[in-house]
Ligand binder design. Structure first.
Ligand SMILES: [Zn+2]
Length: 364
């Protein structure tokens, strides 16, 4: 066993009901309690017992691969998700089943939600953001939705996202109109205020961060969302018809949109790998978000600088192991209501009969 693992000290008790879960105390009474053997490296895993709550745990309890049969997959999946591979393609490349991939991506997405929430809490001041509704769909083109995305104008840091299910609009044949009517009779119409609600939820996370200016296109729901958010800010509107080059005030958020399309299989134009569930699209978007902020450099050529480095949140570009190095605890992370729903998989795809939520168990 490597010496680093022998001297490793657990940071806190992993039991959320123990007083030593949140209290970092040098007096925490834990003891080392032997090892267990396993087939994968490292073969010997140190065990511990918390003497306060009697919970047994091990070094594995603090690892992102806790309770996983194929722990090596997590790290390989990160770059595949942002490298435009669909779940089936990943399954073939990694010799496992598509359902294993689906579970692993969901779990990685939850890890990234906690990571981004922790990082957002470290940002105390955000002066100016640009927002946009990234348009895509779940299940079929009858179920379009927006990922509402917010970007820091200075650094290009992808700050936050929410979702808004929409009604199918635009040009349709008579047959398509009839089909839409049918589906709406069965499942109900999406809330016509969904964009306003989604953007207001997005703005709420900036209410205590000193936001001064918001840039967006001329979508009418944005002004209403700002008015109802109670935040006093200057709204700088740019027509969506304006040329989308580097001089466009919405450049940074347009760039995020383009990169999401470029990097995610589900969002390529004319793809056959579209998202089946909005929930899964949210999880993948959050993996993209962490990669974009901490791993991807601002420019492909030139300095190795990431958006997170510009904000002083990181001192170098991250590698996959920085992202997936150690487990984050749901109970230790402050999430907005919206992101709590995302973590617990409460986003429903109405056309599908089964929408399984995430029950917190050992396999977080
Ligand atoms: Zn304990």
């Amino acid at each position: 066993m490597p010496a680093s693992l022998l001297s490793w000290v657990p940071p806190h008790c992993p039991n959320p009901n123990c007083i030593y879960f949140n209290t970092l105390s040098p007096d925490w009474p834990f003891i080392r309690k032997g090892y267990f053997a396993r087939q994968r490296r490292p073969h010997r895993i140190q065990r511990f017992t918390c003497r306060a709550c009697k919970r047994h745990f091990s070094t594995q309890t603090f690892s992102t691969s806790y309770w996983q049969k194929r722990p090596e997959l997590v790290k390989r999946i990160v770059l595949m998700v942002v490298g435009c591979m669909g779940n089936r393609q990943m399954a073939r490349a990694l010799s496992c089943s598509p359902s294993t991939i689906a579970h692993q991506v969901a779990r990685l997405g939850r890890h990234c939600l906690l990571l981004q929430a922790r990082e957002l809490a470290r940002i105390s001041q955000v002066d100016e953001i640009a927002i946009d509704g990234f348009e895509t769909f779940e299940w079929s083109q009858y179920f379009p939705f927006h990922h509402n995305v917010a970007v820091d104008v200075e650094s290009g840091y992808f700050l936050y996202h929410t979702d808004s299910p929409l009604r199918r609009k635009g040009r349709m044949t008579a047959e398509q109109r009839a089909r839409r009517l049918d589906l709406e009779a069965q499942l109900g119409k999406p809330d016509p205020k969904a964009v306003q609600t989604g953007v207001r939820a997005l703005l709420a996370v900036f209410s205590k961060k000193g936001l001064v200016t918001l840039r967006s296109d001329d979508h009418p729901a944005y002004a209403r969302a700002i008015a109802s958010s109670g935040i006093d800010l200057t709204h700088r509107v740019t027509s969506s018809k304006e040329r989308r080059d580097e001089r466009n005030p919405l450049w940074e958020v347009n760039l995020i949109d383009r990169m999401i399309r470029h990097s995610t299989a589900a969002h390529k134009r004319e793809t056959i790998a579209w998202a089946k569930r909005r929930q899964a699209s949210i999880e993948k978007l959050t993996i993209f978000q962490v990669w974009r902020n901490y791993m991807k450099r601002r420019r492909e050529k030139g300095d190795r600088v990431t958006s997170a480095m510009l904000l002083g949140l990181a001192s170098r570009p991250w590698r996959v192991r920085d992202l997936a190095g150690s487990r984050l605890f749901f109970e230790k992370t402050r999430l907005s209501d919206r992101w709590r729903d995302y973590y617990l998989r409460r986003v429903k795809t109405t056309v599908l009969p089964v929408n399984r939520t995430h029950e917190l168990t050992y396999a977080f």
